[in-house]
Design a protein around this ligand. Structure first.
Ligand SMILES: Cc1cc2nc3c(=O)[nH]c(=O)nc-3n(C[C@H](O)[C@H](O)[C@H](O)COP(=O)(O)O)c2cc1C
Length: 176
């Protein structure tokens, strides 16, 4: 059975650059590994400790099971007001509970950021790279930032080779 690597985009936009990069990763052919896009930033209810019981909402239970069974996780993110978008934060909040017994523990996790501006999503990527080790997960790969991404993704979603090179390298590390 091939290793499953879950790919999560922080953006909900149809024409999202972040999701275009996530889709490009999912299109990579790698022996023994399969990259699958997950829309956790959209599908989960807003975190509510009262719902976080032994029988959490179905989408939450399913997401936690998929993460626990995955080989690795890749998160792509833009920057919204100097941090990750709310939907992505909400996913992380659900996935990081119950405290000390959650599905991020022992996972291999990689991160990339992109932005039309010069930062390449740096604040979001820094934030995620700082918290991932605190979850007991293993941070894989270098800091990966793609500035001026609007010039590197075509209208039909094709991603420039200057982005695909480092992105594929991270995907290979995650699949290892
Ligand atoms: C609510 C909001 C806040 C944003 N804040 C920032 C910001 O702080 N820094 C920045 O460089 N871009 C910011 N942007 C611009 C996004 O980086 C840009 O829209 C990007 O293309 C969104 O990613 P996507 O293409 O994957 O949807 C913001 C966009 C939105 C909608």
């Amino acid at each position: 059975m091939s290793k499953q690597i879950l790919v999560v985009s922080g953006s909900l936009r149809k024409a999202s650059y972040t999701t275009a990069l996530c889709r490009a990763v999912c299109g990579l052919q790698m022996d023994g590994a399969e990259f699958v896009l997950r829309n956790y930033a959209r599908t989960l209810p807003i975190y509510d400790g009262d719902l976080d019981s032994n029988t959490p909402p179905t989408q939450v239970a399913e997401m936690r099971r998929e993460i626990a069974e995955s080989h690795a996780l890749l998160i792509g993110t833009p920057v919204y007001n100097y941090n990750i978008p709310g939907g992505l934060k909400n996913f992380i909040d659900w996935a990081s509970r119950p405290y000390a017994n959650h599905s991020f523990i022992g996972r291999r996790m990689g991160v990339f950021g992109c932005s039309p501006g010069e930062s390449g999503g740096k604040q979001s990527v820094e934030y995620l790279r700082n918290i991932i080790p605190l979850f007991g997960a293993t941070l894989i790969g270098p800091e990966l930032l793609f500035p001026k991404i609007n010039t590197l993704v075509s209208a039909d979603g094709a991603v420039d080779a200057s982005v695909m090179g480092p992105l594929s390298a991270l995907a290979r590390e995650l699949a290892a």
